[in-house]
Design a protein around this ligand. Structure first.
Ligand SMILES: [Fe+2]
Length: 286
């Protein structure tokens, strides 16, 4: 028996040849092939791989109910966005997708259309209006619009331990019969991804900045259509060209307009200046 590097790689690939599930077999064999090629290309030492194992272990230990360091790792390596882009390519005329990110929760509070979902989050007032349509231009009534965002201090509610399970700048709204929705929230600001864990250490060690340009997350679902996971970014943000998770697409940069105190589009009177933003989302049929 030979112990050449290639023989070891071949034996490891062949060890999965009896897997019943053909897709699992393909994924495992390809994983071994590329993992071995990575080690060969870099001439990876045992000490370096041990450091890698310790990094992955620390990444797992950093995960809990509200912190998902592995999603952050996938995002900052560009893998999450690569998968989004690969599977988003067949859409015709639909709004582009981007990463889900680590801060979505399944328990956004359901709120009436037009509500203020900020719930005390710090920041300048922002009124968002939108429409949800099919690729054929038909209004999608009763679509669910799941919204979440960071506040003016760059924090999501789940990052504020003092809030416990209270939700801020997060909500679930249904479109009306014309596919329209609206909500008040706060103007999003750029924020750094969490840097107190192993992924932050990786960014620091490699001279990368941890910033994401200001954005609002949306997950929009309508019957008979593919769910859309996307963001709207704030135009002019200094990090639009260097998003740490590679999530920016030019079509997702929204126009945010500032207004002086006075009457808002929903008829309410604001005693301080506020912002508005309007966007049309297009969903692809299943
Ligand atoms: Fe985000």
């Amino acid at each position: 028996m030979t112990f050449s590097p290639q023989a070891i790689t071949d034996a490891a690939i062949a060890s999965f040849s009896k897997a019943d599930n053909p897709r699992l077999k393909q994924i495992m064999q390809s994983l071994v092939k590329h993992l071995h090629a990575f080690a060969a290309e870099t001439q990876l030492t045992e000490a370096e791989w041990m450091a890698g194992i310790q990094f992955l272990t620390a990444t797992g230990h950093q995960c809990d109910e509200v912190r998902q360091e592995f999603i952050l790792l996938s995002d900052t390596l560009g893998l999450s966005m690569l998968l989004v882009a690969m599977h988003d390519g067949a859409k015709h005329g639909a709004t582009e997708a981007t990463v889900l990110g680590p801060f979505h929760t399944p328990d956004a509070p359901p709120l009436p259309n037009g509500s203020d979902l900020s719930n005390g989050a710090p920041g300048e007032a922002l009124y968002v209006t939108g429409r949800v349509k099919s690729a054929q231009g038909e209004a999608l009534a009763h679509a669910s619009v799941d919204i979440w965002q960071a506040d003016a201090e760059g924090l999501y509610d789940v990052q504020r331990s003092e809030l416990e399970h209270e939700r801020r700048a997060r909500g679930l709204i249904q479109t009306d019969a014309e596919g329209r929705f609206a909500f008040w929230s706060v103007l999003p600001e750029a924020y750094p991804v969490p840097t107190d864990g192993p992924v932050g250490q990786m960014l620091l060690s490699t001279g990368r900045h941890p910033w994401r340009p200001a954005h609002i997350h949306f997950l929009i679902a309508a019957e008979g259509h593919q769910p859309l996971v996307t963001h709207l970014f704030r135009e002019g943000d200094q990090y639009l060209d260097s998003d740490v998770v590679f999530g920016v697409r030019p079509s997702l940069v929204g126009s945010f307009a500032h207004h002086a105190a006075g009457k808002a589009p929903d008829g309410s009177v604001r005693d301080q200046g506020f912002w508005t933003m309007d966007y049309e989302f297009v969903l692809q049929a299943v």
